[in-house]
Write a protein that binds this ligand. Structure first.
Ligand code: ADP
Ligand code: ZN
Length: 519
């Protein structure tokens, strides 16, 4: 079966092989299993249903929510010599009739429609006569109210499918991976024992790095200078930061543009075009930059501030290396970023449940910045890919040559302090007690009388916090979600306290902050 699919791929589309992930999805559909495929944008979802469509008898129906994309898709298919058409509200009634007639006479392998069409009786009649055997649903997350893009018209799909005399094979496609949304898709579309694939998230040509404790401005200057002839994007958290960094880097002689929502449309467009046509090499921007820009030779993406979650990070970082050539994705962590993002989440009008969820995702991002494990593996597992290799050899963790040291004693100090504070306080407070602070609050709570008060007095406060973050990222500690996250001991921390297990860490980074700068 897959050989036939490969033949179609080569004959119609001119590609030599399937991408990672495409093949599994196509195989599953060809075997006749309802299939839910979660593949990121650009991974090649379209081919994953177009190829089965070409192999199946009759016309395949493709449900797609975006009228503009429908036309592009159909145009592209026609260029490849595939017969396809679309029917949506942009067409005159006359044109719709003509197309319906042609579809009915079997002239097309693929018919794209918007979900609203399913409400029209005349259209339903057409479908009944067509005996659709395969139905592909693009942007399937639109059916879920949990998703970011819920569309009520997608709710008609379920009843529509139920009403068909013979249930077609269903392929549902989306770039959104949360389990809630997956469950909704399966339930609302009535998928029967579906095969679910989370796939294609890996971008092997990208190298991932995280940095903690750097002087970020110096780092940026050094890096951009060393890569002065290469296009790169620097994402910063606020407009003000973007303005600052742009003037800072411009002074050092680099060709730097900027982009954020506070600029006029005109200025933004100019900036975007200058970047596209290499008039400027570096773009400093907020997350407003990127939607719809298509520059394939971006060689690096630096995050000057940590984004709010992995979805946002991976989308932005993924703008590097679109051409398949090596690209670097660097994330500069500082504890202030967490404070800012936490504040922004608190300021939203989200329901408490949603806020909790956002805070949890934020913690996932903090963990990413502290984990000694392979960064690629962390990312791919976050998105739900299975069977990911332990080490990719192309990230700052895998390439970290530093010596592994036994930090069991330090970890025990931290754990026992948390235990004595009754697991009711956050990282900052625990670190202060370990450091031996005599702040009013600490004396009030009589934490200055604990045996663990000041047992790490010789270590910089920031280093203690980093250590605690490390122990969180490693799963010894858990941070509660909520406005004031509290550190709690996990069972493996108890084993360490009892002396039954050891804790290792690659040699701790050098202290980098003066005490006065600490947050
Ligand atoms: P998605 O719908 O997942 O965002 P597309 O289907 O638009 O992605 O595919 C993204 C790009 O990748 C397109 O230009 C497509 O032609 C190309 N592509 C898809 N599959 C392959 C393949 N097997 N080999 C090479 N290029 C591919
Ligand atoms: Zn790795």
């Amino acid at each position: 079966m897959i050989n036939k699919a490969l033949e179609v791929l080569q004959r119609y589309f001119g590609y030599t092989q399937f991408r990672d992930g495409q093949q599994k999805v196509i195989e599953s559909l060809l075997q006749g299993s309802d299939t839910l495929a979660i593949m990121p944008t650009g991974a090649g979802k379209s081919l994953a249903y177009q190829i089965p469509a070409l192999l199946f008898k009759g016309t395949t129906l493709v449900i797609s929510p975006l009228i503009s994309l429908m036309k592009d898709q159909v145009d592209a298919l026609q260029q490849y010599g595939v017969t396809a058409t679309f029917i949506n509200s942009s067409l005159s009634l006359k044109e719709v009739r003509t197309r319906i007639d042609r579809v009915a006479s079997g002239k097309y392998k693929l018919l794209y429609i918007a979900p609203e069409r399913l409400e029209s009786d005349s259209f339903r009649c057409l479908l009944d006569s067509l005996r659709v055997s395969f139905l592909a649903i693009d942007e399937a997350h639109c059916v879920s109210q949990w998703g970011h893009d819920f569309r009520p018209s997608y709710l008609h799909l379920g009843p529509f499918l139920k009403s068909l005399p013979q249930k077609p094979l269903i392929g549902a496609f989306t770039a959104t991976a949360t389990e809630d949304v997956q469950a909704d898709i399966v339930r609302l579309l009535g998928l029967r024992e579906p095969s679910i694939f989370v796939t294609g998230f890996d971008r092997p040509n990208l190298m991932f790095s995280t940095f903690r404790g750097e002087n970020k401005k110096d780092f940026l200057l050094e890096y951009t200078k060393a890569h002065a002839d290469q296009p790169g994007i620097i994402y910063a958290g606020t407009r003000k930061e973007v303005d600052n960094l742009q003037s800072f880097l411009t002074k050092s002689g680099l060709k730097v543009g900027k982009y954020h929502a506070g600029m006029t449309d005109e200025d933004r467009l100019k900036s975007q075009e200058d970047f596209l046509f290499d008039e400027i090499t570096v773009m400093v921007a907020t997350n407003a930059f990127g939607m719809g820009i298509d520059k394939s030779n971006v060689r690096y993406v630096i995050h000057y501030n940590m984004p709010r979650n992995m979805e946002a990070y991976y989308q932005e970082a993924g703008r590097a290396g679109r051409d398949g050539e090596p690209g670097e994705c660097l994330l500069l962590f500082s504890p202030q970023d967490v404070v800012l993002q936490r504040y922004l989440i608190e300021q939203t009008i989200f329901q408490p449940e949603r806020k909790m969820n956002e805070l949890k995702k934020l913690q996932g991002m903090v963990d990413y910045c502290h984990t000694p494990r392979c960064l690629r593996k962390s990312i791919l597992e976050y998105f739900g890919e299975e069977d990911v290799q332990e080490e990719c050899g192309n990230c700052s963790s895998c390439n970290d040559q530093r010596e592994i040291v036994d930090i069991t004693l330090e970890a025990q100090k931290v754990f026992s302090c948390i235990y004595r504070m009754r697991e009711r306080f956050g990282i900052g407070m625990v670190a202060e007690v370990l450091k031996g602070s005599r702040k009013a609050k600490i004396r009030e709570l009589r934490f200055d009388e604990l045996s663990t008060h000041g047992i790490m007095h010789e270590v910089a406060l920031q280093e203690i916090k980093d250590l605690i973050n490390y122990l969180v990222a490693e799963g010894y500690l858990q941070l509660s979600t909520g406005e004031y996250p509290v550190v709690k001991l996990q069972p493996n921390a108890v084993s360490v306290l009892k002396g039954e297990a050891k804790v290792n860490r690659k040699v701790s980074p050098k202290p980098y902050r003066k005490e006065s700068e600490e947050v």
